[in-house]
Design a protein around this ligand. Structure first.
Ligand SMILES: [Ca+2]
Ligand SMILES: [Ca+2]
Ligand SMILES: [Ca+2]
Length: 331
């Protein structure tokens, strides 16, 4: 009888779908305050995403110097998610704000000795990773977060929590590549990490400032295609990653962004024109986010020129998204 009951319980538990909670954690700093809302606005209509599990922070201390003392910094928020999410849950973390290169690799010395190229060098002599660490955070933060921090914090995630990192900051591509970086964290080794990083390691990024173009690009990757909405109930993150990769080439052309071809060399006019605001090198790299998936061996550096139809659709998507910005309460 005991075995029968046990079998019954086992059968019921196997037949019952595992309930997964989806958590969205967005941080918008220093002019990037609106950016997480763009992504959340697209996620929120879908049943997996509940406003009670959405937290958006603005101008929020990256690290207040007192760790694991409650949710009063990005560091402590991330620790909370790593400690409280359960197997089957999904965690999306988006950061929009300043990022920088440190002058040392002292936290976990792991970044190798390859000399850094100039920022936004369109033809760096060596591929990443480059020496020294990356940091990020609000300009008012007591301390910044380091790339090495993410690996440490993420070690506490349950093995089947899927983690999506959207990092809209300068040098975001440097979050992967070092031997103590994000791509060696627990979610990565558990085959559950997906990341969209704004620029290659030596690039300065879109998304710093008030322009929502980069988050909109990601939003586009998350939601709209020619066929309409494709972020459907039950969609897996590998599905999402494939879509994001497809739309990584949806570079936008507005009044001051440019997407040269891989072998493009600026004319004298272009060189002068773009240097007046963002240099052409900046634009070249800003529109090439780095995608990482634990499903792929390679880190894809998305290169290419979008077709005009895609550009038109992207513009329409931007208009539509802009019209339905919503809010969820900071908690
Ligand atoms: Ca704290
Ligand atoms: Ca390091
Ligand atoms: Ca790094």
């Amino acid at each position: 009888m005991k075995y029968l009951s046990l079998s019954l319980v086992l059968a019921i538990s196997l037949a019952t779908p595992v309930f997964a909670d989806y958590y969205f954690y967005g941080v918008g700093d220093d002019g990037g305050e609106l950016d997480p809302w763009w992504v959340w606005d697209v996620l929120e209509p879908f049943p997996e995403w509940d406003a009670s599990r959405c937290v958006i922070r603005n101008n929020w201390d990256a690290d207040d110097g007192v760790r694991t003392d409650g949710r009063d910094s990005v560091y402590d928020d991330l620790v909370w998610y790593a400690n409280n999410l359960e197997s089957g849950d999904l965690f999306m973390y988006q950061y929009q704000g300043h990022g920088g290169w440190t002058g040392s690799d002292s936290y976990y010395p792991d970044e190798g000795s390859t000399a850094r190229p100039g920022e936004n060098d369109p033809t760096p002599a060596n591929p990443p990773p480059y020496q020294y660490d990356e940091t990020w955070g609000w300009s008012g933060s007591t301390m910044k977060l380091w790339d090495d921090d993410l690996r440490e914090i993420f070690a506490d995630f349950d093995s089947s929590v899927e983690v999506i990192v959207i990092q809209g900051m300068c040098h975001a591509g440097g979050l992967i590549g070092g031997s103590h970086d994000l791509d060696t964290s627990a979610p990565a080794t558990n085959n559950g990490l997906f990341a969209a990083l704004a620029v290659p390691e030596h690039g300065l990024s879109v998304g710093v400032g008030s322009d929502p173009y980069y988050p909109a690009l990601l939003t586009w990757a998350l939601s709209n295609t020619e066929e309409g909405y494709r972020l459907e109930a039950g969609m897996t993150m590998p599905d999402w990653y494939e879509l994001a990769l497809d739309y990584g080439e949806t570079h936008q052309f507005f009044d001051r962004y440019y997407w040269p071809a891989e072998d493009w060399v600026p004319s004298a006019y272009e060189d002068t024109y773009w240097t007046d605001h963002w240099g052409w090198e900046d634009s070249y790299l800003q529109l090439r986010p780095v995608y990482y998936s634990s499903l792929d061996d390679d880190h894809d550096y998305v290169l290419g020129t979008p077709d005009p139809g895609t550009i038109a659709l992207f513009g329409l998507g931007l208009l539509g998204l802009g019209a339905k910005l919503r809010r969820c309460r900071e908690s």
